[in-house]
Design a protein around this ligand. Structure first.
Ligand code: ACM
Length: 682
């Protein structure tokens, strides 16, 4: 018997949940489970299941090679979690962990397939039951996330879970156009998607800066449009199979009619201007756009879409449609004459005409069109799916006219916003809250999006994760799972386990930090790194000049979007400001502030020795000044000796200055110090 059947005193995890949950009650926002996303329904048992090297896992009912591979992957991860290397074959009639699958899933994973599962963990046995392999894969991830170490071994607490997703479309978009992202990095992300129960990989394959998919029909697309950095058709097939093995659909996007300069390098006749065209090496919105008025454009797209839909089996095909500035259309007399002749009163109408033509081609190849929200018009065909990025309103408008939608607004990971901000965005809130229940059903879910202006292969995974897991929970778990503190606690656990999924780490990129300082001790740079963040939204582009060839090797590139230390300090400062702080809170705040104040003296000499750290000198001083103000405020609060109005004004003015970006970074502890100053005034 591989699982010892001992009923143990409750583990820490189990004791906490026991105190919060009543048997049979759906878990609430306060749940203390370590899983992310949280399951729909949990009932606690007693005792726990001890995992030892005798564990025997067996597949019952429907089986196929995909389930065999899922089992192998599960045991490999379990080895990483426990250090136990060998798992014996289950002998007939004596399994400890039964996986019972009802039937096959669709040959090509379909939107809305049953993803539910039932997981029963008792001290003697595990039963994982699901209608099809998709639920099995989700249930195995849930189990892996519950493994914890105790004084009597690695265990999973006894419980019964019934789980299924809230939304059927739970995606992650990766822009491989602006920076080419190699397949091993994409696989790493697909592994993490499996862990977070995401089920759509949206592969953004063409941009002004690069055409990344091999075409055999139009080979100049990649030959002239990619700098040799593209995926072969064979590699695409492999990645699609890799994703399918993990219950993940692959939706390709070929962005048109704008963001398409790379197509025109090899095929200038597709464009609306005179050219010549070259791969664009900068970031932004550019003029080149396809010519919607020539039949030859549609003949080209017909063959192209025919070829690509033969490679990508998914039922959905994304045609982009975003950010067409229309300048080439305005400047072309032939296009202007066409618009007059066809009563197309503006560029939006011309784009709508283009979209409707392309949509017919996509339909001809038995696929369903997806487009960014710019493609939405009153007469947009009903089966076009709208991906909203400019706000939630377009999804509501789309749903009212019968179009389905996916939310990405609020889930843009490249904007460097905190996980809590993404977590607070619900596909059925905002304008969508006013929809009827029938209309709401047209909102299929959402997708995190990672645009790659500032992403290289070494940066991207650590910037997508763990925040994409917070979005994954929003899309999987019940609507009332909204406790941000619980999310952050579980996000930290998710981050710790990330290296088991393809080797990526969350948090500060240590290798990049070490590279910045050569062989020197990086400790003082790590102190600074722990409390700075990249600028938010689109401000980075205004702080320095960037393009395709800019090395992304500075501190801004090596730190995560959100500093955990700064968030914890700011929360602690908020408790102090609210009069709810413990003695330990005060002591911790003081310790941190002292470290940040004193770090500058050690860090300055280090910074001068490297070309990639030199410009950090003022930021290090800023942190020292911020911390000095914080310590003064803390001391005043402790002594009940308020700042005078003029003293406070001086501190506030200083903090306003310290809030501004420096070396393309922001000092993320300024908000907490501002709260302390405010408290010291009152
Ligand atoms: C987009 O962000 N331009 C879809």
């Amino acid at each position: 018997m591989g699982w010892s059947a001992k009923v143990s005193p409750c583990t820490v995890l189990l004791c906490v949940i026991s105190s919060l949950l009543l048997s049979g009650v759906p878990i609430g926002a306060q749940a203390q489970l370590s899983t992310l996303p949280l399951p729909e329904h949990v009932t606690l048992g007693s005792g726990d299941l001890v995992i030892d090297q005798g564990l025997k896992v067996s597949l019952e009912g429907f089986t196929d090679p995909r389930l065999d591979k899922a089992k192998e992957r599960f045991l490999k991860r379990l080895s990483e979690e426990t250090g136990i290397l060998h798992w014996p074959e289950a002998t007939a009639g004596q399994p400890d962990f039964v996986i019972r699958t009802g039937h096959a899933s669709a040959p090509v994973e379909a939107l809305g397939e049953d993803e539910s599962y039932h997981l029963e963990v008792t001290p003697g046995r595990v039963l994982l039951q699901a209608p099809n392999p998709l639920g099995v894969m989700h249930g195995l991830q849930t189990f892996l996330q519950m493994v914890e170490v105790t004084d009597h071994g690695f265990v999973v607490p006894s419980m019964t879970i019934d789980d299924k997703p809230r939304f059927p479309w739970r995606g992650l978009m990766i822009d491989t156009g602006r920076h080419f992202i190699p397949l091993d990095v994409l696989r790493q992300n697909i592994d993490l998607m499996e862990a977070a129960k995401l089920n759509v990989f949206h592969w953004h394959l063409s941009e002004d800066q690069g055409f990344r998919m091999e075409s055999k029909v139009y080979p100049l697309l990649q030959e002239k449009g990619s700098d040799g950095l593209y995926y072969t058709q064979e590699q695409a097939h492999e990645l699609i199979a890799y994703a399918r093995d993990r219950g993940i659909r692959v939706v390709p996007e070929f962005d048109m009619p704008g963001h398409a300069a790379s197509w025109f390098v090899g095929y200038p006749e597709l464009a609306s201007g005179n050219g010549p065209y070259s791969i664009i090496r900068k970031w932004g919105i550019f003029d080149p756009a396809m010519d919607p008025t020539r039949e030859s454009t549609y003949q080209f797209l017909d063959r192209f879409i025919g070829e690509m839909t033969g490679i990508f089996p998914d039922a959905y095909f994304h045609i982009g449609g975003d950010e067409v500035n229309g300048k080439e259309w305005d400047a072309n007399p032939r296009i202007q004459a066409f618009m007059r002749e066809h009563h197309l009163k503006n560029n939006a109408a011309l784009q709508a005409y283009f979209t409707s033509r392309v949509e017919k081609l996509v339909t001809k190849y038995h696929k369903i069109t997806v487009g960014w929200d710019e493609v939405l018009q009153p007469d947009t065909p009903r089966d076009v799916v709208i991906q909203s990025w400019r706000g939630q309103e377009s999804l509501a408008v789309a749903a009212r006219q019968g179009n389905r939608g996916i939310l990405s607004w609020g889930y843009y990971l490249d904007l460097n916003q905190p996980a809590s901000q993404h977590y607070g965005v619900d596909p059925l809130a905002g304008a969508a809250a006013e929809l009827t229940p029938e209309e709401q059903k047209l909102i299929l879910g959402g997708e995190s999006a990672m645009w790659s202006e500032f992403m290289t292969p070494e940066i991207i995974t650590g910037r997508i994760w763990p925040r994409a897991a917070a979005v994954a929970e929003r899309l999987w778990s019940p609507k009332d799972v909204t406790d941000t503190a619980s999310m952050y606690r579980r996000l930290a656990i998710f981050s710790e386990r990330m290296p088991w999924y393809g080797g990526a780490t969350a948090g500060i990129n240590r290798a990049m930090i070490q590279r910045m300082v050569g062989n020197a001790d990086p400790s003082s740079l790590l102190v600074l790194a722990s409390v700075v963040e990249p600028p938010k939204e689109y401000t980075r582009e205004s702080l320095a000049t960037y393009g395709s060839y800019s090395p992304l090797n500075k501190l801004v590139d090596a730190v995560p979007a959100e500093s955990d230390t700064a968030r914890e300090f700011n929360e602690l400062a908020a408790r102090i400001a609210a009069g709810k702080a413990s003695r330990e809170d005060f002591e911790q705040a003081e310790r941190w502030l002292q470290i940040w104040r004193d770090n500058n003296a050690v860090l300055q000499p280090l910074l001068t020795g490297s070309s990639v750290t030199k410009d950090l000198a003022p930021m290090s001083v800023n942190l020292k000044e911020t911390a000095t103000i914080g310590l003064e405020a803390l001391s005043r609060i402790g002594q009940h000796h308020s700042f005078s109005t003029s003293e406070e004004e001086k501190q506030v003015a200083a903090l306003d200055r310290l809030k501004a970006p420096e070396a393309v970074l922001i000092d993320a502890v300024v908000p907490g110090v501002a709260l302390l100053v405010q408290k010291a005034r009152n």
